[in-house]
Each structure stands twice: as structure tokens, then as C-alpha cells.
Write a protein of this length. Structure first.
Length: 192
């Protein structure tokens, strides 16, 4: 997903082909990131378009102090925040966590329930913790890069991640009890 430095230099020189290469490489990742944060596909599409427009317009401001993709995700993050402020609505739809994925028939009910519980648990995190989890575990950024995107110190990212882990651990332990009870109930049903 990282962009080669020659592409970045070509982009800075205004080459259309470099811009196309950047969009082709990062569009889907930026869109999914925006979708997870804002929860609305139309808004995520708009944010993604605005992000790449800003990349084109502001490429001269890229100083190379971070990876290029980190810089792009920083722009995307700020675009999402701006869009959310404009909409001023609370979105907490679980389906934004569901990527296109078809479960194989052999996957158990328990694994499907676990995936849903994990998505719901992450979704229920406070925004600062959820944003860090998205950047680190979904987008694959390290703590330093996530700190750059969020414009906070690395210690803040570590603290938010620690809080997220604690909250997730607590919520998933409760969920596991519920899942175990559901499985026990299914097991107790008469078999035909």
C-alpha cells in the first residue's frame, strides 16, 4: 500500500500518471477508512474524493517527514472530521464494520457470532479509542504514524490503545458468556 518515492516526486512535479497511480493504490483503503469512521457510504465517497483532491492540491506541503500514506490518511481523517461536523449527526451503524465477505458454509455459528461481537465491541468504543484501533489494526499504521494522522503525541496513542484494549477485553468477556449460553441452548435443542 505504500507509495514509491519516485511516484511521490512525479506527483510533486504535477504528472497526471503519478496522481492516477496514487489514486489506484490508495482509493479503496481511504474509502474503507472513511466508511468505518463516518458510517455512510455517500459521505465516505465524498470524503475520499475530497481527500484525493487535497492530495493533488497540497502535494507541495508534503515534507517527507512521514510515509506518504500516513500523510494521505491524515488528510482523510481531517476530511472525515470536517464532514461529521457538517452533518452533525451521530452514526453508529454496525454495518459499516462489515466488509464484503462471504462466510463459507463450514464456518461455525460461534465464529460468526464472535466476529459480530468484536465488530460491535469496537464500534461501541469512544471515538478517540476507536480511531486509534482503526488506524493501527485495520489500516496497519504504527503508533508513531497514527499519532501523526491524529495530530497527537505517541503517548496519547498508546494510552488510547491501552484504554481500547481494556474496554474491549471487558466487553468481549461479557459477550463470550452470552455466546456460550447461546451455544448451550442450541446444543440442548432436540435433534431431529
Amino acid at each position: 500500500m505504500d507509495i514509491d518515492q519516485t511516484v511521490v516526486r512525479s506527483l510533486m512535479a504535477g504528472e497526471d500518471s503519478a496522481y492516477e497511480a496514487v489514486v489506484d493504490s490508495l482509493y479503496e483503503s481511504v474509502y474503507r477508512f472513511a466508511l468505518r469512521l463516518c458510517g455512510d457510504s455517500a459521505t465516505a465517497g465524498d470524503v475520499t474524493q475530497e481527500t484525493f483532491l487535497a492530495v493533488w492540491q497540497d502535494i507541495k506541503s508534503f515534507k517527507g517527514k512521514s510515509r506518504f500514506t500516513t500523510w494521505v490518511f491524515g488528510i482523510a481523517y481531517r476530511q472525515v472530521l470536517s464532514a461529521c461536523r457538517k452533518q452533525a449527526t451521530e452514526t453508529a451503524a454496525l454495518d459499516r464494520w462489515q466488509e464484503p465477505h462471504s462466510f463459507e458454509p463450514q464456518e461455525s455459528l460461534r465464529s460468526v457470532n464472535e466476529a459480530l461481537w468484536i465488530r460491535a465491541a469496537v464500534e461501541s468504543l469512544p471515538d478517540p479509542c476507536r480511531h486509534v484501533v482503526l488506524l493501527v489494526h485495520v489500516q496497519g499504521l504504527n503508533y508513531r504514524e497514527a499519532a501523526q494522522v491524529l495530530n497527537v503525541p505517541v503517548g496519547t496513542v498508546k494510552s488510547r490503545m491501552n484504554n481500547a484494549y481494556s474496554l474491549l477485553r471487558c466487553r468481549l468477556e461479557k459477550a463470550d458468556e452470552v455466546v456460550c449460553n447461546e451455544v448451550r441452548q442450541l446444543e440442548s435443542l432436540p435433534r431431529w
